[in-house]
Design a protein around this ligand. Sequence first.
Ligand code: FE2
Ligand code: FE2
Length: 218
Amino acid sequence: MTYHYAQLRRPITAQTRQTVVEDFPEISLIPDDDLRVKVVEAWSYALCCSDFQRITDIPPEGNPGAPVLRQGTQADHIRGVLRYAKAIGLEFETAYPETAIDWNILLAGAACHDVGKPYEFDPANRARWAQSPADAGSPTFRHSVFGMHVCLMTGLPEEVAHIAVGHSFEGLHMGVSAECTIVRQADHGWWHIAGALGLVTAESVGAISGNLRARIIK
Ligand SMILES: [Fe+2]
Ligand SMILES: [Fe+2]
């Protein structure tokens, strides 16, 4: 059996970091300077561990194959989830000033929730897993788990890595933080509403929820 190692396929360059900032401008909303730099580094590292050149090269899918947006790229989803998580946080902080939200963790966690997608969506990885799923699993790691690895490798706090691993199905098997709960709701809500408003392909919208009925966009 051939063994595989999750590692950089090309060096991280200033150009890589520049494309992350261009494709994901909402990273600038993270208040802490150090955290913001590390989030750019996390996406740069994840991209360079794959054959994707930039975030906008990743297809607009929740999981590989379903749900799939009718148009756009992965950047549309992650940018939307960060803005949506911010809106949820602001609503509760305004209505209930006694609540405490860690905005650095919330926004960095929202920015990194899908940072494992370059790995899980990488065409070479997918072809390898499809060919011999019993060798290394299929996928070896879902994007949530690989995203946790990326966050820890690039020096982000455990609280951010926790959101990466807890934002999806894995979060059903652990206690999740308040900020992780907000990102989970923003992420899942984003896909549900995108589906309901007709932004998801007819073939893949069923993957979101059995009770969802999609409006036709005229
Ligand atoms: Fe995800
Ligand atoms: Fe997501």
